[in-house]
Design a protein around this ligand. Structure first.
Ligand code: PEP
Ligand code: MG
Length: 566
């Protein structure tokens, strides 16, 4: 048995399928006639078209129309006469193999597109890389498994799971996910939880430790992975599995029920999402809206930024699917430690204290403008709100709001529809924002407390550093007091206050958040029904009497012990 980080709860018992990174090798100069090489190109294009048409259907059924449309466009790009003409020309005049000609020509077109000012066209560069690699795989007969060609139930073992992988995989077949990198708050963890697939991450060397076809038992809660489990181990897992299924059944009784406490105080239970694909779980778990759409996921694992149209289609799809329930779209929170190579960000000594989120957006206004235009256009199709991350000063908030007003004026001038009264709120996740919460509340439509970052910044503890992990706790009196300060400031100003960090679904924190008066709890959709069930255990009027005591506690242990007793 070996162990990784339990990142998405659940038991999986299945054979594994290894997705190994591959380097595609081929000859450059052909020993065959140009006619033979040109025929090879033609045959590869035919297969590419058939495979892609299949993939389009798959993505449409499992993911979203916007992603299916992108894949569909790949068929047109690959067979564009300008491109095929150049490939044939390279074969004839330079004596290249079909592979080398495709490699050269598609690389050339990629570079041309990447350097274009028109962002719609520059976005095409990443599509060309995708098309090139798939064509080369067809030509070289490379049979390295890719996420999209899974045909049977399996536990995927992969170096890292990217958002583009999830777009291509058939979720129904993926019983579990094991990755070599990533932790509880990494993207692969958030994606796995959103898809409700058990996941164990950060398993060093997993692609060498496991072999294709190994039978594996994995526990996404404890992070345990057992190869060829004994009958006894299987029985124990089956008991756990039966318990989980039973729990799931019991929770279904809470679908369609109001989110109320024992004394009938209503709160909002909404979902965190990273893409339109997460909507399935959002609907299944009866979320009352979207409390956090992490839009940076749309910008990662690609070679150029998503275009206005691409972003608009995704935001519109989310707004329409939620049918007028609130959808809070957070503007780009990227930079610092988040890798987006095409933004060419400088390496920083203190990335978490550096150039990220609203700081980056107010500096790189071209990127910000495309996103705000896309969000505003989508706001005509549902109940969209805008949320600004990493606010430290009221000046930043004013600059962001002024920028949004300018973009509104531009759209108005173009006669484009948008919601003129769109709400603009902020994430409260820096101690600076807590200290001036009263000032910010007067100029924000709503607050959402980002405890993942607020804990890190309040305690001055890097959440990735194991040596100081003991300090990273939402239950620390400093964090508890900060949360209460923010809620009180919002209440005084009469604005909605929510929480979208992982702590929003922590059952132990719930009585404190109810006592302090939190309005909205935003979490991975799979935790919503559990939280709804828990609400019935609490009477807010009684909890409020305990608030002063909670705020007077001196240590994390005291807070944990007291909240456990409520
Ligand atoms: C947070 O900081 O709590 C939060 C929700 O934002 P992220 O985890 O995306 O930084
Ligand atoms: Mg944050």
């Amino acid at each position: 048995m070996f162990k990784g980080i339990g990142a998405s709860a659940g038991i999986a018992f299945c054979t594994v399928c290894l997705i190994k990174p591959e380097k595609i090798e081929f000859e450059t100069k052909s020993v065959k006639t140009p006619t033979i090489e040109k025929d090879r190109v033609q045959t590869a294009l035919q297969k590419f078209t058939e495979d892609t048409a299949h993939l389009v259907e798959n993505v449409r059924a499992n993911a979203s129309d916007a992603e299916a449309a992108i894949l569909e466009s790949h068929i047109l790009i690959a067979s564009d006469p300008e491109i095929t003409g150049n490939i044939n020309e390279a074969i004839e005049s330079e004596g290249l193999t079909a592979e080398a000609a495709i490699d050269n020509v598609l690389e050339m077109f990629k570079n041309i597109f990447a350097s274009m000012d028109d962002e719609l066209l520059s976005q095409r560069a990443s599509d060309l890389v995708d098309i090139k690699e798939r064509l080369l795989r067809i030509l070289t007969g490379s049979n390295a498994a890719s996420v999209s060609d899974l045909t049977h139930d399996a536990i995927l073992v992969i170096h890292d799971l990217t958002p583009s992988d999830t777009g291509q995989m058939n979720k129904a077949l993926v019983k579990g996910i094991i990755t070599e990198v990533g932790g509880y708050t990494s993207h692969s963890a958030i994606i796995s939880r959103a898809m409700e697939i058990p996941a164990v991450l950060g398993v060093d060397n997993a692609l060498n430790l496991l072999n294709d076809g190994d039978v594996v038992l994995m526990n996404g809660a404890t992070g345990e992975i057992t190869v060829n489990p004994s009958a006894e181990e299987i029985e124990r897992a089956n008991t756990l599995l039966a318990g989980q299924l039973q729990e799931k059944k019991e929770l279904e009784a809470y679908i369609g029920k109001p989110s109320v406490t024992a004394d009938n105080i209503q709160v909002e239970l909404v979902a965190n999402i990273g893409s339109a694909k997460d909507l399935e779980s959002v609907l299944k778990n009866d979320a009352e809206g979207i409390g956090l759409f992490r839009t940076e996921f749309l910008f990662m694992d690609r070679t150029t930024a998503p275009s206005e149209e691409e972003q608009f289609l995704v935001y519109k799809e989310v707004a329409e699917t939620m049918q007028n329930k609130p959808v809070i779209i957070r503007t780009l929170d990227i930079g610092g430690d988040k890798e987006v190579p095409y933004l060419h960000l400088e390496k920083e000594d203190n990335p978490f204290l550096g150039y990220r989120a609203i700081r980056l957006c107010l500096d790189q206004k071209d990127i910000f403008k495309i996103q705000i235009r896309a969000i505003l256009r989508a706001s005509a199709f549902g109940h969209i709100k805008i949320m600004i991350p990493m606010i430290s000063t009221v000046t930043e908030l004013r600059a962001a709001k002024a920028f949004i007003d300018d973009v509104k004026a531009e759209l108005k001038g173009e006669g484009v529809a948008y919601n003129a009264a769109i709400e603009v709120g902020i994430m409260v996740e820096t101690p600076a924002a807590v200290a001036i919460a009263d000032i910010l509340a007067a100029e924000s439509s709503f607050f959402s407390i980002g405890t993942n970052d607020l804990t890190q910044y309040t305690m001055a503890v890097d959440r990735g550093n194991k040596k100081v992990a003991y300090l990273y706790s939402t239950f620390d009196p400093a964090v508890i007091r900060n949360i209460e300060t923010v809620i009180r400031a919002a209440k005084k100003e009469g604005i909605m206050v929510g929480m979208c960090g992982e702590a929003a679904s922590d059952p132990l924190l719930l009585p404190f958040l109810l006592a302090a008066g939190l309005d909205e709890f935003s979490m991975t959709a799979v935790n919503i029904l559990k939280t709804r069930r828990l609400l019935a255990n609490y009477t807010v009027s009684q909890l409020k009497e305990k608030l002063a005591t909670i705020l007077s506690l001196k240590t994390t242990d005291e807070v944990v012990a007291f909240l456990s007793s409520l």
